[in-house]
Design a protein around this ligand. Structure first.
Ligand SMILES: Nc1ncnc2c1ncn2[C@@H]1O[C@H](COP(=O)(O)OP(=O)(O)OP(=O)(O)O)[C@@H](O)[C@H]1O
Length: 622
């Protein structure tokens, strides 16, 4: 497998629409760019803002697949991608994170402690091993991102804007570290916006992109002569990196097109001229098909080279075109075997178990959130309980009984829907990165996520139901209390699934608007027609089924008034609803059975969770 990253004629197209009603149109972000990033070299993708740097990095690393066309040669299984923002597990120390990375990324038994110490020492993080990620500095966080990937010794590093937000000195330290990683024999490719002269000099290879086209590729020292060849003179003592970016940003479309044409849109490379013996120096372009000598192992300064040559790239892709094509049957077989071959180092069960323990540790350590949740449940339970204090046995207060059942379902619904909408989008970014870097599969992660939250949810439900049940004065029957708690739990899980689905699909801002907006019709359907149940049209009856809150309310009413509930007390002359069966008949749920209602609620819970899973899949693998 080739160690270099080679790409040819990459096009990246997105659909954009100006407004909700306007037709979408295609926008081409990358316009057929080609290039190569060699192993042993630190390469930078540079360009003005919006030029397409991140798009190119995402396309060649496979981080983005939809809309990308062209040929890419890369050993993706051994590559890793480090995102611009360093997303790390909260409340987990550096050492614990490293341990988790080892458990997930190293096949078979290994001495994790030795590996962790080795990697942390190399990255100068050993002294921070007992600190959580949120207490690390920007540079340390970046080094931790690298350390976590280093345990599996990846053969390619992709880094998106690794120096953004770092001061000059820290950025230089990081870039030197990337250079060391490259010198170990792998390609290290990063996007960088506008490096200082000293940082620019540390790169072995730069790839400049403007308006989706490659306008320069080669040794940083060849930038000034190349621009001069294009009749653009870089002022003396001016940082060539700044200069070429300014040119790309300000020049007309024709100049960019001319530069891109000179570079054959990335199919050529600017290299130091290897003069044949006796030949004279001077700027020249060559079409020789020999391997370019773009490498300059120690670029210590940015003194421009006096002679350079634009040479066509010789890549394995070009060479491969001469080879006989592999039969389509063989290619299909390869695709099928690839499908069944897991890209992960450990089994799905080990992934699940490691993730489950990690998530459980995070839940237990987050004491503040645990206390807030506990107090929230206790205070709300007291509140609801005191409003309906000792009223559960009063045969004259039929509407109060319905409001009690409604209130409980609304509590579970709002509590469980909003929390994931506000907290989950942050986690999605971290999980996307870890899934992409083959730490674990989406399914084990999702299973661990669902099960790890369950114990706390059950505990809080039991507490809430106990207080409410007791204060309202419902019959002291264990069976009824257990069913009451079970219904509450299922409504909670359904609401949480709904919240997770929104949290997995939208960012916090959109989610916090869409969440209440989508839950409102469910609330409307939940309270519709309790006072005129016999007149509800059939179509509305079907629509009401869609609302899980309605399902929850019906289930609670069945638990509270069904199951041979004794006649309620009547302190007035006549109580129409002192017989619970009359109430059940009045709201037309006397023919429904709890098992049926619960199975619909459970199906909805599974449905929302499936949608959440599919939404994550779409986001992670598109
Ligand atoms: N999914 C998308 N939908 C619409 N436009 C997009 C999409 N992805 C990228 N673009 C547009 O493509 C252009 C290039 O984006 P990209 O993020 O690659 O730029 P960049 O060079 O990395 O910029 P910066 O340095 O500011 O991060 C931008 O104008 C951006 O708005």
């Amino acid at each position: 497998m080739a160690k270099d990253v080679e790409f040819q004629d990459i096009e990246y197209t997105v659909s954009v629409r100006k407004s909700l009603i306007s037709e979408s149109r295609k926008q081409t972000i990358l316009k057929g760019v080609s290039g190569v990033f060699r192993h042993g070299q630190l390469s930078a993708i540079m360009g003005p803002s919006g030029a397409g740097k991140s798009s190119l990095l995402n396309a060649i690393s496979g981080y983005r697949k939809t809309g990308v066309q062209g040929t890419i040669h890369i050993n993706r299984k051994a590559s890793c991608y480090i995102t611009q923002e360093d997303h790390h597990q909260p409340l987990i120390t550096v050492e614990e994170m490293m341990h988790m990375a080892c458990q997930l990324k190293i096949k078979g038994k290994a001495n994790y402690a030795e590996t962790i110490t080795d990697v942390l020492s190399n990255l100068n993080l050993n002294h921070r091993r007992n600190v959580t990620a949120d207490r690390l500095s920007g540079g340390e966080r970046k080094r931790l991102s690298i350390a976590l990937e280093m345990v599996a010794n990846p053969s390619i590093f992709f880094l998106d804007e690794p120096t953004s937000g770092l001061d000059e000195v820290t950025a230089a330290v990081c870039v030197r570290l990337f250079r060391d990683l490259a010198k170990q024999g792998r390609p290290v490719v990063c996007t960088i916006h506008q490096p200082s002269a000293s940082i620019f000099a540390l790169f072995d290879h730069i790839y400049v992109i403007a308006r989706g086209q490659c306008v320069f590729q080669g040794n940083p020292k060849a930038v000034v002569p190349f621009l001069s060849h294009m009749q653009i003179e870089c002022p003396r003592h001016y940082n060539p990196a700044d200069f070429i970016i300014e040119i790309c940003d300000s020049e007309t479309h024709e100049v960019i097109a001319a530069m891109s044409e000179a570079m054959y849109n990335g199919k050529a490379i600017c290299a130091k001229l290897q003069l044949p013996q006796g030949a004279t120096a001077g700027n020249s372009t060559s079409t020789a098909a020999s391997r370019p000598t773009e490498e300059d192992d120690q670029p210590s300064s940015l003194e421009p080279v006096s002679d350079f040559v634009i040479k066509p790239l010789v890549t394995s892709m070009v060479l491969e075109q001469a080879r006989p094509r592999v039969s389509t049957l063989v290619q299909k077989m390869k695709q099928i075997t690839r499908f069944f071959h897991s890209p992960h180092a450990v089994s799905g069960f080990v992934q699940f178990w490691v993730l489950f323990r990690l998530m459980w540790t995070k839940i237990v350590r987050n004491r503040t959130v645990l206390w807030i949740q506990f107090l929230h449940h206790v205070i709300c339970a007291m509140f609801v309980g005191l409003i309906f204090f000792n009223s559960a046995n009063d045969g004259a207060r039929m509407f109060d009984h319905l409001k009690f059942c409604l209130g409980i379902c609304f509590f579970f619904c709002y509590t469980q829907v909003m929390v994931p909408i506000l907290s989950y989008p942050r986690e999605v970014k971290l999980v996307k990165k870890e899934c992409f870097n083959r730490w674990y599969g989406l399914f084990p992660y999702y299973l661990a996520l669902t099960l790890s939250r369950l114990p706390v949810q059950v505990f809080l439900n039991v507490i809430f139901s106990l207080i409410v049940y007791w204060l309202a004065g419902l019959p002291a029957e264990l069976f009824r209390y257990a069913l009451f708690t079970l219904v509450g739990l299922i409504v909670s899980l359904c609401a949480e699934g709904f919240g997770l689905m929104i949290g997995a699909t939208f960012n916090v801002m959109n989610g916090s608007a869409i969440g209440p907006l989508t839950i409102a019709p469910f609330l409307g359907l939940a309270i519709y027609g309790f006072d005129f149940a016999p007149q509800i049209p059939v179509i509305m009856q079907w629509l009401m089924r869609v609302s899980f809150i309605r399902g929850g309310i019906v289930s609670v009413v069945l638990v509270v008034f069904g199951y041979d509930r004794q006649r309620l007390d009547c302190n007035e002359m006549y109580c129409h609803f002192d017989d619970p069966k009359v109430l059940l008949h009045y709201v037309r749920i006397d023919n429904t059975n709890l098992l049926f209602e619960l199975s619909i609620l459970i199906s909805m819970t599974l449905f929302y969770r499936l949608l959440c899973y599919l939404s994550l899949r779409r986001r992670f693998y598109k």
